[in-house]
Design a protein around this ligand. Structure first.
Ligand code: ATP
Ligand code: MG
Length: 358
């Protein structure tokens, strides 16, 4: 799929803006703090209904305004689709081809996005919550049922944790919560395990190519949950310690994704270069996975990453751009790198305004 057109109104630092995109490459150039990432953010939202930078929808509304709107025209395998997202202080409205969606889940099938930004190194280097968020984001895009399972799991978990913190919580009240937590939780764990296996197949091949056969990347999903009954027993067995801690100590919200290169944990022992290669390999593998799973080409958003990579890693990234639409932000671009990129449009972004460069 490709984005053909985008319209923004009061979105972040944009006033009124209408842009047509190239089906292959769109370069967004401009100084810092001008609105490059804001534009990528508006495209990302078209896919998942929420931002990759914040959970606060109201942040999208330009300072001093009382609403924001982002609309786009997407061309996919099944033809053209128009998506409108309107933010108001009390919530957002999502429309597809003029029809208001009652559930955000129905947005997922129209747009597939892979975003790669310097923040993605956190997936490799920082705490497990970054890896869980990575898995969740990708799975939500390709498996709408995962999106609803995850939402339900989080809701039940919040209720259970709330109950755990009550004075002398009544143990009998927990059986209903434990049963649904075990139900949603095992489904989530199963999907994440399966996804990890497939991501590992694709990303280890890419990682090996980038490292010229020197490095083997291994991904493994780590969990204490194996099946529904066992998860319920785990919850029951740990009830007292959960009460003591005031939250649920086991479940997919505690799981992790182990990332190893040549048999050692990359988080603690990997070099900067290995960590970057792993992040790049996992991102590029996502494009392949989305294609396998949905038959669609994802749109790749590269926020400030191209210039951060050395020339051999750049080459792999540029190679992956062949069949897909790409948006690249940068403060400037090396003419030698530019010459390697596919044909496309270049835009100049300045103070929330974007103009095509000729
Ligand atoms: N809701 C909002 N209303 C108005 N302006 C906003 C809003 N949210 C963010 N901004 C402004 O947008 C600008 C940042 O835009 P953005 O993150 O897109 O910059 P950028 O061009 O990607 O810069 P860099 O190269 O540093 O990454 C900041 O000046 C910020 O104040
Ligand atoms: Mg930026």
């Amino acid at each position: 799929m490709v984005f053909k057109q985008l319209e923004l109104e009061n979105f972040r630092n944009y006033g009124n803006q209408s842009i047509e995109f190239h089906e292959k490459l769109n370069l967004l150039l401009g100084k810092n703090a001008q609105g490059k990432t804001n534009l990528l953010e508006s495209l990302f939202i078209m896919g998942l209904g929420k931002s990759f930078r914040t959970n606060k929808d109201s942040d999208m509304i330009a300072f001093g305004k009382d609403f924001a709107r982002a609309s786009c025209l997407v061309e996919g395998e099944k033809g053209e689709t128009e998506i409108d997202i309107i933010y108001q202080p009390d919530g957002k409205i999502i429309k597809v081809d003029g029809m208001k969606l009652s559930r955000s889940i129905d947005l997922l099938e129209h747009v597939y996005i892979v975003v790669f930004s310097p923040d993605d190194l956190k997936i490799i280097k920082e705490g497990p919550e970054h890896r869980r968020r990575f898995l969740d984001r990708e799975l939500c895009q390709i498996k709408p049922v995962y999106y609803s399972d995850l939402g339900n799991y989080k809701k039940v978990l919040k209720q259970r944790n709330f109950l755990l913190r009550e004075k002398n919580p009544d143990r009998n009240l927990f059986s209903v919560f434990d049963a649904s937590l075990a139900d949603y939780g095992t489904r989530i764990t199963k999907e994440r395990k399966e996804f990890t296996k497939r991501l590992q197949e694709l990303s280890s091949k890419i990682h090996s190519d980038i490292s010229q056969g020197q490095e083997e990347l291994k991904l493994e999903y780590e969990t204490d949950v194996f099946d529904k009954n066992q998860f319920r027993e785990l919850l029951e067995k740990n009830f007292e310690s959960d009460v003591y801690k005031g939250h649920t100590g086991f479940g997919p919200h505690k799981d992790d994704l182990k990332i190893e290169v040549n048999g050692t944990d990359i988080r603690t022992f990997g070099s900067q270069g290995q960590q970057r290669t792993a992040a790049l390999s996992m991102k590029l593998a996502e494009i392949g996975l989305i294609r396998q799973e949905t038959g669609c080409n994802a749109v790749l958003l590269l926020d400030d990453v191209l210039s951060e990579l050395d020339s051999s890693r750049q080459r792999f990234l540029i190679d992956a751009m062949k069949d897909i639409q790409v948006f690249i932000t940068a403060t400037e671009i090396d003419p030698e790198v530019r010459a390697l990129l596919p044909e496309g449009y270049a835009f100049h972004v300045e103070q929330g305004s974007i103009k095509m460069l000729t």
